[in-house]
Design a protein around this ligand. Structure first.
Ligand code: GBP
Ligand code: ZN
Length: 277
């Protein structure tokens, strides 16, 4: 099983999962349809299905064009708001595309119908993969746009956190550098965070993706998976995992929001004592 990582739009990822024996493929969140079809052609594979993580535009805008272009294509997802949805899936439902197996993992919170997809190949020694959409990012997690800290805690600890530790993590956006800067503020002494941030900066300089990581790695530097860690608890001032997570997410929401020029000028002027606050 080969996974092609395709960077699109501002910072989104779409993926093509290829069964090299049968030359069949499934796409995850293929928001740039023509780019995907070029790759499908170049790889000499036939596209059987689309797995959609959630209804947001940067993940679904390609579905309808692809349905028009590819006869027999199926579009799987967990939310009726997904463009072109043909097959609504439910928690733990398993799909099979010849030797490629998919388990649908319902992970509501970023959106109410969010699904992650755990994918493995029959009789194959490759590590499995999980497509986490906007639920788990490398070094971070998705915003709680339509759900609660309780739900995200369940998603991160019970659903994703219990997958095999060698599972490769393919997420929906390239936020790694930003996430790790936040992680370093939360855990200033964590050497893994420092190492990973340096690596992510180098990848960014070379215009290379930081996906995939593994779940094992995520547990070492991703503060959203380290809720029982002393430094993370100290940062949040909480010990109850759901409260730790709630505070972490709130702090991340407020972390270095990009400011417009006028606001930056005012802030600088205030700092230099030119303006009174
Ligand atoms: C950034 O950091 O790059 N521009 C900022 C934030 C996922 S995309 C971008 C942002 O809010 N990203 C979302 C997220 O969950 N981020 C995690 C984090 O900041 O830690 N999206 O495109 C977002 O889901 C969207 C689409 C949101 C439609 C709302 C609607 Br409606
Ligand atoms: Zn989203």
């Amino acid at each position: 099983m080969k996974v092609k990582v395709i960077s699109i739009l501002e910072d989104n990822y779409m993926y093509l999962v290829i069964d090299e024996q049968t030359k069949e493929a499934i796409a995850v969140d293929p928001a740039l349809p023509h780019r995907l079809l070029q790759i499908v052609k170049r790889e000499g594979v036939s596209l059987l299905a689309i797995l959609t993580t959630h209804h947001h535009w940067g993940h679904t805008r390609g579905n309808e064009d692809l349905l028009k272009e590819v006869p027999g294509l199926r579009v799987y997802g967990g939310d009726d708001r997904i463009k072109g949805l043909t097959d609504k899936v439910t928690n733990c439902q398993e799909l099979k595309f010849n030797s490629i197996n998919v388990r649908c993992l319902f992970t509501p919170c970023h959106t109410t119908g969010h699904m992650c997809y755990f994918v493995w190949e029959d009789d194959c020694s490759d590590s499995p993969a999980v497509f986490t959409g906007d639920t788990l990012f490398i070094g971070g997690c998705g915003k709680f746009l339509e759900g609660t800290a309780e739900q995200m805690l369940h998603n991160l600890t019970e659903v994703l956190g219990t997958l095999p530790k060698d599972t490769k993590v393919f997420c929906g956006h390239e936020y790694t550098k930003k996430n790790l800067k936040f992680a370093l503020m939360v855990e200033p002494e964590n050497e893994k965070v420092k190492e990973m941030l340096n690596w992510a900066k180098a990848r960014d300089d070379d215009d290379k993706p930081t996906v995939p990581s593994t779940l094992l790695e995520e547990f070492e530097y991703n503060p959203f998976l380290r809720l029982s860690n002393e430094a993370v608890q100290k940062f949040t001032g909480k010990t109850d995992p759901v409260e730790v997570l709630r505070v972490l997410r709130k702090e991340k929401d407020n972390f270095k929001k990009p400011k417009d020029r006028a606001t930056l000028h005012t802030m600088m002027a205030m700092e230099w004592g030119l303006l009174q606050s």
